[in-house]
Design a protein around this ligand. Structure first.
Ligand code: ATP
Ligand code: MG
Ligand code: FE
Length: 352
């Protein structure tokens, strides 16, 4: 099927067009620059930016893919989770587009979309089930057991406080680096020593592992970095930014990879799929690949352009739903800012 996907859950306005599992266009307009001076995404600003960016992004995507709007078989949209006001812009646009074209609408889960990005990887062999999936983004850090992308996603664990990307952004800020912090920390860490400072690995002690084996916690780590920096400053010493960045990044990566591979071992699943914007982190990918290989686990990493928020992953998920015979969504749905990852599609029409 030829599917047009709309994504507006955060600060990226994404329009993606896919045919089956083939990517035809992935157009993204970001309002990131408008948020940078506030040090984080401002919901009101993001919603307004989506309103302005949607139409031009749609035109670009159609032109790029050589597709006429009338030829689209279905429209897909992110209904959650995300910023309510931002989501509403995409949901409204998708509904009117679907109604005016007379085409089915698939309202899907943004987080499952991050995983679905993987199936657009033309170079990769088909996705095998079950697979453990580690989803690390600006707002989420979840460990999932995916038995079927279109019908069975189980949540094994998630962060109890900050998301990994959020931790990167906060630590970058306290090191005086600009927003978004992930790429900045990555850059600063390149010349640093990851073993310079031993920062805490959240929920990794034996007692924590009993109850929170697949859960994450990054706020203690963030506080530890803040305290370390404060003590240095109080002593009038210079802050070794590269070493702090490298040691912090190592702590995050260590926990993420250790817990993901523990899930692979426990569930006897030799497959690990990585998804979300934080996958852009070179060190995370390297450590995951290295340690997974030692354990006989195959790692799948979608193309990085599909790891951050985009409309193509939303179209891909809907395309997958259509190919497995799922009914479209009814128009009785709205934006759900806290949609759980287990709800792959919302307002699915009852099959009879
Ligand atoms: P969610 O999907 O949970 O709603 P989001 O869509 O805002 O959140 P993404 O776009 O998937 O998140 O990812 C953005 C996050 O990725 C930011 O927190 C950013 O700092 C982080 N990030 C980007 N590049 C890197 C990198 N190289 N290293 C670490 N983090 C990174
Ligand atoms: Mg974003
Ligand atoms: Fe996202």
């Amino acid at each position: 099927p030829l599917v047009l996907g709309i994504e507006t859950s955060c600060d990226e306005t994404g329009i993606g067009i896919v045919r089956g599992r083939t990517l035809l266009s992935n157009t993204i307009a970001s309002s990131m620059d408008e948020h940078a001076r506030y040090g984080g995404v401002v919901p009101e600003v993001a919603a307004r930016a989506h309103l302005e960016a949607l139409q031009p992004a749609l035109e670009t995507a159609l032109a790029e893919s050589g597709v006429a709007l009338a030829d689209v078989d279905a429209v897909a949209v992110t209904s959650g989770p995300g910023l309510a006001g931002a989501l509403m812009v995409g949901v409204g646009a998708a509904k009117s587009l679907a109604v005016s074209l007379g085409k089915p609408l698939y309202a899907v889960n943004h987080l499952v979309g991050h995983i679905a990005a993987d199936i657009l990887d033309a170079e990769a062999p088909p996705l095998e089930y079950p697979t453990v999936a580690l989803l690390v983004s600006g707002g989420h850090t979840s460990l999932l057991l995916v038995r079927d992308l279109t019908g069975d996603v189980e949540m094994l664990g998630e962060t109890m406080d900050d998301a990994a990307g959020e931790a990167f952004d906060k630590v970058a800020r306290l090191l005086g680096l600009p927003y978004p912090g992930g790429p900045e920390i990555d850059r600063a860490a390149a010349t640093g020593d990851p073993d310079a400072i031993r920062f805490p690995r959240g929920l990794s002690r034996a007692s924590d592992m009993a109850k929170h084996r697949y859960d994450f916690s990054f706020s203690g780590l963030k506080t530890a970095v803040a305290r370390w920096v404060e003590q240095r400053e109080a002593a009038g010493a210079e802050i070794p930014v590269a070493d702090v960045a490298a040691s912090f990044r190592e702590a995050v990566v260590d926990v993420l990879v250790t817990k993901a591979l523990a899930a692979c071992r426990d569930y006897d699943v030799p497959r690990l799929l990585l998804g979300g914007g934080v996958i852009a982190n070179r060190r995370l990918r390297d450590v995951a690949l290295e340690r997974a290989a030692e354990q006989g686990v195959t790692v799948r990493i979608p193309p990085l352009s599909l790891c951050t928020d985009n409309g193509a992953m939303i179209a891909a998920l809907a395309s997958e739903l259509i190919m497995s015979g799922r009914m479209p969504s009814t128009l009785q749905f709205g934006a759900d800012s806290t949609l759980p990852v287990t709800e792959i599609q919302v307002a699915a029409d009852a099959e009879d």
